[in-house]
Ligand binder design. Structure first.
Ligand code: 4AD
Ligand code: MG
Length: 432
């Protein structure tokens, strides 16, 4: 009888059966018995080709296999005597397509080389694991908001106005209207959705012409941005915490194999899942940073190093709230108790990772916004539609943005965001 085609991920439930597999050779070792590590995109499995079990032609083909050749095979699934993992005792094997001199070998390659070969690098075990964790995080985010009463309100990518300051805008000609900008954030388009739908979110690519090369900055990154009616700073912190825990739960439940490949110690993630996140005002954070040796002064924004320093001493995520409004975006509501402070909060991840979420309460005061627009040097005509949210039944509302790649980097504990997205875009690199 012809063996049914099976995906590697299902092999655990096929012990003792004959199966057919298709995939690519990750690694082939040839001695008297041939050992092939096969990957089919759904997982990895060792295949053993012995002279007495396989037919002569298959045995010979197996002896000549090179890395990334595509093959099909049939064999019996057995569990490895030591690890208990499924492995295949091969009966027959065919070459589907050869692969000659695959550039990425098991030896160490420099990062520039790997980035130049990103399309091929995606086949490596580590990249496979990261992208699958990313997928699970994306799905968790969508499920979280979809089941929490939020309506998806996609934000445009070409926009006439800036959200997060004018220094990091990508511009492009837009017919006779002049310049369009690639969106830095969907927030300004979520706010008008609040009176229409109550609770909305968008989740898409955003762009910043960041002129700094750091391990946290991409020029193109994905952001999820919820926005809620009748909500303030406290609601933002609660929602962000619930969402983060939902994501952690999904990853810890469903991506054990990938976390193992990445050698991710999951204990810190378990703590973040179980414990309440920390909270500290900006003012207290500055005092703490000074204690830790930073030369930051009150009124200055945190640098990457400050965030890392603050978080190295924390075992769980931390909300830093109520920043000086001087360095925050024009739309932020101010704290009526201390008008120099903005009602904003950032979630900083532990283990030295910095800001993963930024958000807060939006100003509902049209006169205040008018002065802010002027103060920030923005063109009022570009924001009239934004002010309409306040003109017609304007209510307290709040929201946040979480950078997907920052979350992936933390959850996988990666040293740099460039591996968290299939095709990273950073200053100085537009490849492939
Ligand atoms: O703090 P940011 O700039 O906030 C906003 O854009 C708000 N309008 C969001 C909102 O309230 N709806 O960015 C939000 C998050 C950051 O916390 C960070 O995780 C991520 O976006 N982020 C970046 N990620 C990668 N590369 C960059 N250059 C990023 N800039 C921001
Ligand atoms: Mg921010």
């Amino acid at each position: 009888m012809f063996a049914p085609l099976t995906e590697v991920r299902h092999l655990k439930s096929c012990i003792g059966q004959e199966v057919a597999l298709r995939g690519w050779v990750r690694n082939a070792r040839t001695s008297k018995t041939r050992f092939i590590e096969l990957r089919d995109g759904s997982g990895f499995v060792q295949c053993v080709v012995g002279a007495s079990e396989a037919d002569a032609e298959s045995y010979e083909t197996a002896g000549k296999l090179t890395q990334e050749s595509a093959i099909s095979l049939t064999g019996i699934v057995q569990s490895h005597p030591k690890t208990g993992e499924p492995e295949i005792l091969v009966k027959s094997l065919k070459l589907i397509a050869p692969s000659v001199d695959f550039p990425i070998t098991p030896k160490d390659h420099g990062i520039e080389f790997l980035m130049d070969h990103r399309t091929l690098w995606l086949r490596s075990k580590r990249q496979w694991a990261i992208i699958r964790v990313r997928h699970t995080i994306v799905k968790a985010i969508r499920d979280f908001f979809d089941t929490d009463g939020f309506t998806l309100l996609d934000a445009p990518i070409l926009t006439p106005s800036s959200c997060e300051g004018t220094s990091s805008l990508f511009e492009t000609d837009y017919f006779h209207e002049g310049m369009a900008f690639l969106s830095q954030s969907g927030q300004l388009y979520q706010e008008p959705g609040v009176p229409a739908f109550g609770k909305v979110y968008c989740f898409g690519p955003t762009f910043r012409a960041e002129k700094s090369k750091t391990r946290r900055h991409l020029t193109e990154f994905w952001m999820v941005e919820p926005e809620m009616a009748f909500a303030g700073l406290e609601d933002v912190m609660q929602l962000g915490e619930r969402m983060t825990k939902f994501i952690l739960q999904r990853v810890l439940e469903g991506r054990q194999e990938e976390l193992k490949i990445l050698e991710r110690d999951t204990a810190p993630l378990e703590i973040a899942l179980k414990e309440s996140f920390g909270r500290m005002s900006y003012t207290d954070s500055v005092a703490k940073l000074k204690e830790l040796g930073s030369d930051i002064n009150w009124g200055e924004d945190f640098g990457n190093d400050d965030e890392t320093m603050l978080m190295n001493s924390m075992d769980r995520p931390l909300w830093v709230h109520r920043f000086p409004k001087s360095f925050k975006a024009f739309y932020m509501a101010f704290d009526p108790q201390s008008p120099e402070l903005a009602l904003g909060a950032d979630l900083l991840a532990p283990e030295g990772y910095g800001e993963v979420i930024g958000g807060g309460e939006r100003s509902s005061d049209i006169d205040y916004l008018l002065t802010q627009i002027e103060h920030h040097g923005l063109n009022l005509a570009d924001y009239e539609w934004y002010l309409d949210v306040r003109r017609f039944g304007g209510v307290q509302h709040a929201g946040f943005g979480m950078g997907l790649e920052r979350a992936v980097a933390w959850i996988c504990r990666l040293p740099h965001v460039r591996e968290t997205i299939p095709y990273p875009r950073m200053m100085g690199t537009l490849r492939p």
